[in-house]
Design a binder for this molecule. Structure first.
Ligand SMILES: [Zn+2]
Length: 444
């Protein structure tokens, strides 16, 4: 066996087949050996971890809005990827909207890459966007290396990224089918939202009423119907309405290629506990009632929901309208990239899930969605993207100590369990600087 560059040994390592003691040998940035804890591979350097520490694969967060270039005052590549690294996330995939230009053609993708180049602390891939009129750009964007395409079925919140009609979605799915692309969908129905009372004022109950569950349920029905017709792979973003779980379960049972994600905030918070005026909790679809949250956890337990990703979607402090607390005017989006793991873990352990399940939801499954063969698990040949996690260590969230750009998050003041102590990207500690690479489909 070759001599490793580094060996990391822990009493608890989260491997694809469970949690056990192991010594992980790293050579040239990849995992090159997985040996018994007592029998580490020959190595130039080695670290033996404490009893309270668990070695995890680096998490993969496929739902991050970096907003750079164009709205870099909301978030940027440097700050977002620093937050990711501190949160044990070693790969993010950036959403195609909220930056300017949006990533809807190869020229825009190139502008994104230039903005990110040399400034990222974790690996970064990009989603493309499907908007009215850009059908001819989908194949070129795929060839240029995006990992799939995002679309909306209602107003996205920014004018430069308009929604698709159902007809346009059908056309886009047909194009994606030609190269086996995946369509990731913001599934809320424009008509249902349009018929609901508009959101205004400080009352969370009124905001919730403006984004009813039926909007998600109807949109998901439509996506499933079109996926049936075209056979194209689809993915439901940020599922909040637990009423849609039977629809997704049935589609999966029929063999449809559909996956779904939910987000830490839908699993941690409840509408009943959100104070009026607390617009840091505003996101779309909204955080719903306690019983809905229980049902989402059941959906994860049953495998109907495949994964948990952040939907980190920050903005400047003033756009959150914390002064007036008006939900109608505040930007919708929750900032949480650094906190996903402890937030989900704190709630998961209370509900009796073990850390392997959490890692499956937050690393292996998102990696599979994007098609990352070398990410999301600790296995020989995989990139040595790892994090050291102390699952029992408590802490209180202070928004001002987080690395993302603007110190706003609904987790501020919340007591959580689980501290990420070190993160490695391809075998190097992320605190060593901007080690991240820009990922291209087919090369990772
Ligand atoms: Zn989003």
């Amino acid at each position: 066996m070759s001599t490793m560059d580094l060996t990391l040994a822990a009493r608890r390592v989260v491997l694809p087949d469970g949690i056990r003691p192991a010594a992980i040998g790293i050579l040239d940035g990849r995992v090159a050996a997985i040996e018994a804890f007592e029998n580490p591979p020959p190595s130039t350097a080695g670290i033996w971890f404490n009893e309270d520490e668990v070695l995890l694969p680096g998490l993969v967060d496929t739902h991050v809005h970096v907003n750079d270039p164009g709205r870099a005052e909301w978030e940027g590549f440097d700050t977002a990827t620093r937050a990711a690294a501190r949160g044990g996330v070693t790969t993010i995939v950036d959403m195609p909207l909220n930056s300017l230009p949006p990533t809807v053609d190869p020229a825009a993708l190139e502008i994104k890459r230039k903005a990110a180049e040399g400034r990222v602390h974790v690996d970064v891939g990009f989603w493309g966007g499907a908007v009215p009129g850009n059908l001819p750009s989908l194949r070129p964007l795929h060839d240029a290396g995006v990992f799939g395409f995002k679309c909306f079925l209602l107003d996205s919140g920014v004018p430069e990224f308009p929604p698709l009609t159902h007809f346009e979605l059908a056309d886009a799915l047909r194009v994606l089918g030609e190269f086996d692309g995946v369509m990731i969908v913001h599934a809320e129905d424009a008509e249902v939202i349009g018929a609901a009372p508009p959101s205004c004022g400080r009352r969370y109950r009124d905001f919730l009423a403006s984004r009813p569950r039926r909007a998600e349920n109807e949109a998901i029905k439509a996506v499933i119907a079109l996926a049936h017709r075209t056979g194209t792979r689809v993915h439901i973003l940020h599922l909040s309405s637990a009423d849609a779980l039977p629809l997704i379960a049935e589609a999966k049972a029929e063999g449809l290629r559909i996956t779904a994600e939910t987000c830490p905030h839908y699993l941690c918070f409840t509408a009943e506990d959100i104070p009026d005026g607390a617009t840091q909790f505003k996101c779309c679809p909204p955080i719903r009632e306690d019983a809905n949250r229980d049902a989402l956890w059941q959906g994860l337990a049953d495998g109907v929901i495949d994964m948990v990703v952040s939907d980190h979607s920050p903005c400047t402090v003033d756009l959150k309208r914390l002064d007036t607390g008006d939900f109608g005017h505040a930007w919708g989006g929750v900032a949480s990239l650094q906190l996903g793991l402890p937030a989900v873990w704190t709630e998961a352990r209370r509900r009796g899930f073990d850390l392997s399940r959490v890692v499956d939801w937050m690393a292996a499954k998102p990696a599979a969605l994007a098609g990352f063969a070398r990410k999301g698990r600790i296995a020989v040949g995989a990139d040595a993207d790892l994090s050291l996690f102390a699952p029992d260590q408590p802490f209180t969230v202070d928004a001002h100590e987080l690395a993302h750009r603007n110190p706003v998050t609904p987790y501020h003041g919340r007591d959580l369990h689980g501290v990420v102590r070190t993160t490695w990207l391809r075998g190097r500690e992320t605190r060593d600087g901007a080690l991240g690479q820009l990922l291209t489909r087919g090369e990772v």
